[in-house]
Design a protein around this ligand. Structure first.
Ligand code: FAD
Ligand code: UDP
Length: 370
């Protein structure tokens, strides 16, 4: 009899397994239907000995000292500030849009004050910002929107930015200086020996039992458990009784090429020209030295593993129906990107899992959580 069965060995499941086992002395069984731990953050050395991310580039960044301190118990870090270029009109220009992006695209020689005045002139007045189209048009106007955002978003999400909640493109700021970092968080690091090693350290405890290649439906008949933590898709748990929540998927095409460097930065985005959205070269992230280099192309799709909850009003409404059902099950807890249908970064999932742990261990009341 386990105190907890935890479904999913990604960030949400691993954080809860670690806390419950180590801090609360609970007996935990953590399962994953995949053959590895780490969830979507899983990394491994490929056939050429290059460390790559199986499910696309994962860059750790957070403003939370608590999350950073917590994960630092399980890994050393490599400082890394992420840089992205967009391939548009036969040029490679910085994204998020900054001073060099606009000067490079149009051949201007603006300074920051001139760029601010230019944005004021070209931005479209939108009274209430609701959609991902509104966000960008209201900041940088139509040409920059169509050049950098419309095509990419249509490809990535299979729908127009005007159909998506504003939170999607709000992830990308607009800058009037030359700061070309993708993120500005206080803590920006990669786990020195990779994510999988960090997960191994989290789960290395006598109270934690791990079963891989094991799905919830197949194991639930055979094991006894008092409580369940479910980090898989919430609609799957309830047999899709209200219908399917949409998830956008990706097909990853991994390649290794016989050259030391493929591109000048870790990620190059292709908003308009290709079927893939972006190419990632891992050595920029990991700092690994190798005569060859490995890259990944991402092709968005509706088929495949559920990666992205799709932020739009009708999906939020459908999720609310499932959420009401979750509240009827006192010994079952839903957490993580799929369990709570939220477009969360890794650090947000860690924070959410730590908060749930506080509730389970009696440090916080039910109403304060999630
Ligand atoms: P997951 O990692 O998805 O783990 C859930 C696990 O549950 C999976 O391993 C799954 O196999 C398992 N599971 C599901 N159902 C069952 C079942 N029925 N039985 C058994 N097992 C089951 N975040 C960042 O902060 N920075 C980034 O740069 C970044 N890049 C990303 C790039 C891509 C392409 C994607 C898709 C996501 C990215 N993220 C990034 C987000 C990050 O992946 C998530 O925030 C995080 O991994 C979510 O952790 P989780 O535990 O909630 O879910
Ligand atoms: N986006 C875009 N063009 C870009 C980069 C991002 O249109 O060059 C939009 C797109 O809708 C994307 C969203 O901004 O899905 C968020 O980008 P982010 O890089 O955060 O996406 P993720 O890494 O989560 O896939």
């Amino acid at each position: 009899m386990f105190d907890y069965l935890i479904v999913g060995a990604g960030f949400a499941g691993a954080v809860l397994a670690e806390r419950l086992a180590k801090k609360s002395n609970k007996k935990v069984l953590i399962i994953d239907k995949r053959k590895h731990i780490g969830g979507n953050a899983y990394d491994y050395y490929n056939e050429s000995g290059i460390l790559i991310h199986k499910y696309g580039p994962h860059i750790f960044h957070t403003n939370s000292p608590k999350v950073f301190a917590y994960l630092s118990e399980f890994t050393l870090w490599r400082p890394y500030e992420h840089k992205v270029l967009a391939s548009v009109r036969n040029k490679l220009l910085p994204i998020p849009i900054n001073l060099n992006t606009v000067n490079g695209l149009y051949g201007h020689n603006f300074d920051s004050a001139q760029l601010a005045a230019y944005f004021d002139q070209i931005k479209e007045p939108i009274e209430t910002i609701r959609t991902s189209e509104d966000v960008v048009l209201s900041q940088v106007g139509r040409d920059l929107y169509e050049t950098f955002f419309r095509g990419y978003t249509r490809k990535q999400w299979g729908m127009d930015p005007s159909e998506l909640d504003k939170m999607v493109t709000s992830r990308i700021p607009t800058r009037i200086d030359c700061d070309d970092r993708y993120f500005t968080d206080t803590f920006q690091y990669m786990p020195l020996h990779g994510y999988t090693r960090m997960f191994e350290n989290m789960l290395d405890h006598p109270n934690i039992h791990i079963a891989l290649n094991t799905s919830y439906t197949e194991i639930k008949k055979y094991v006894g458990f008092k409580n369940l933590i479910f980090t898989g898709p919430v609609d799957e748990y309830f047999d899709y009784c209200y219908g399917h929540l949409p998830y956008r998927s990706l097909q990853f095409v991994h390649k290794t090429v016989d050259q030391a460097q493929f591109q000048s930065v870790a990620v190059v985005n292709y908003p308009n020209d290709q079927d893939y959205t972006r190419i990632t070269e891992y050595k920029h992230l990991t700092g690994q030295e190798h005569a060859k280099t490995s890259i990944t192309y991402e092709y968005p799709s509706w088929n495949g593993d559920p990666y992205y909850p799709v932020p739009k009003p009708e999906n939020a409404a459908l999720y609310q129906q499932y959420k009401l059902l979750t509240e009827t099950l006192p010994n079952v807890h839903f957490v993580g990107r799929l369990g709570t249908y939220r477009y969360y970064n890794m650090d947000q999932v860690v924070a959410q899992a730590l908060t749930l742990y506080d509730k389970l261990s009696g440090k916080k009341s039910v109403n304060e959580v999630l």
